[in-house]
Design a protein around this ligand. Structure first.
Ligand SMILES: *Cc1c(COP(=O)(O)O)cnc(C)c1O
Length: 369
């Protein structure tokens, strides 16, 4: 469709419209239901540390002041725990914001970002916005990362390789040898980005210390993390990046808008990061609920991808969007996958036990044929 404002760049007008769905409260009113089961955005159903909520309340007294644009306290906490120099960390208005900033720093029109498919939309969209493009590599058998295809792609020196581990939407993780092979194949002209939005949910026996492996790697790299998922603070918007050096971060702060991390987000994150007991409790609980939900789907004959995230990706064996729409009409929100070849799949977030049971019962109701 021709834009009403012709000056808008073609790269922008040709982007798909982001479909965030109807706000759950609006949907609840529309359907006249008591509650909506919201399993479409990989949020933490248990919420953040109570200390984070108290910290946000305390911030209310200073809302006339700009936030600390150096993120001094949180920067110190994270640097200390990870054992990296504080000047190698950057914070953003969600890690989605940081992905956009990093692409704007390094990608020129016509260049390429390599990632997997099915994929996290923004890994591709931010490249398209810049007149660059994404090369999407399908997963191998059993939803293993396509390391041989990644090695071949790296030989062509793409500007960016970006991998979410655990993957969104699949949930599978890079193994230690996958990471070793990727580091061995990657040259200095490619920025390696590991998006660890779900790292806190990984079972201890499946955990690969990507940061430790990167310590011995000579090229440029970024690891992204977020307070939106395991920390339960999606509504406040705060993500962070760890980079190979401080100069990259200095340049990143020239591109980032100066006060993009708000005071409430900072206060909440400081408290949440300190409350390791809450994080450990919540993530262990989600892992147990994930196993139960997986068993429930398997019992019904659905093929479910292996997952170390707080979501499961499964083949409905029919039109996933139609199943999701039928669920939505009964107040259960899940994410149907729309990328070609995966339109039979749905991603469902791990909710509370009651959420998961309501989802399975409703799925039974809408898939009876
Ligand atoms: C949820 C998610 C993010 C986090 O986004 P925020 O902007 O920090 O809320 C980043 N990457 C992936 C792959 C995700 O699924």
């Amino acid at each position: 469709m021709a834009p009403s404002t012709p000056m808008i760049r073609d790269e922008v007008t040709s982007l798909p419209t982001y479909n965030a769905g109807l706000h759950p409260e609006k949907l609840r009113g529309l359907l006249g239901l008591d509650r909506i089961v919201k399993l479409d955005s990989n949020e933490n159903p248990f919420g953040p540390s109570p200390a984070a909520i108290a910290a946000v309340r305390a911030v209310a007294d200073g809302l006339n002041r700009y936030p600390d644009r150096d993120e001094t306290v949180l920067r110190g906490q994270i640097a200390g725990r990870l054992g990296v120099s504080p000047d190698r960390l950057a914070f953003g208005d969600g890690s989605e914001d940081l992905i956009g900033i990093i692409y704007r720093m390094v990608m020129r029109p016509g260049e390429c970002a390599v990632t997997t498919v099915p994929s996290f939309g923004l890994h591709k969209i931010w490249a398209d916005v810049l007149g660059a493009h994404a090369l999407l590599l399908p997963f191998d058998e059993g939803w293993r990362f396509p390391v041989a295809a990644i090695e071949s792609a790296l030989a062509k020196k793409p500007r960016v390789l970006i991998l979410a581990t655990p993957s969104n939407p699949v949930g599978s993780v890079l193994t230690a040898s996958d990471v070793d092979r990727i580091l061995a194949a990657c040259g200095p002209e490619t920025l390696l980005v590991f998006d660890e939005a779900y790292v806190e949910f990984v079972a201890p026996e499946a955990k690969v210390d990507v940061l430790a492996k990167l310590a011995a790697y000579r090229g440029p790299w970024i690891v992204l993390r977020t307070f939106s998922k395991a920390y339960g603070l999606a509504g406040l918007r705060l993500g962070y990046a760890i980079a190979h050096d401080a100069d990259f971060i200095r340049n990143l702060y020239k591109v980032r808008s100066p006060f993009s991390v708000n005071a409430a987000a900072l206060a909440a994150a400081e408290a949440a990061y300190a409350d390791t007991a809450h994080l450990d409790h919540v993530t262990a609980e989600i892992r147990a609920l994930r196993a139960q939900l997986r068993a429930g789907l398997a019992l019904r004959g659905f093929a479910v991808a292996p997952s170390e995230a707080n979501s499961l990706f499964f083949d409905t064996g029919r039109d996933g969007a139609a199943v999701a729409e039928a669920l939505r009409r009964k107040g259960v929100l899940v994410k149907p996958w729309l990328e070609p070849s995966y339109t039979g799949f749905i991603r469902v977030s791990v909710g509370t036990r009651a959420d998961n049971e309501a989802f399975l019962a409703t799925l039974d109701a809408v898939t009876q044929d």
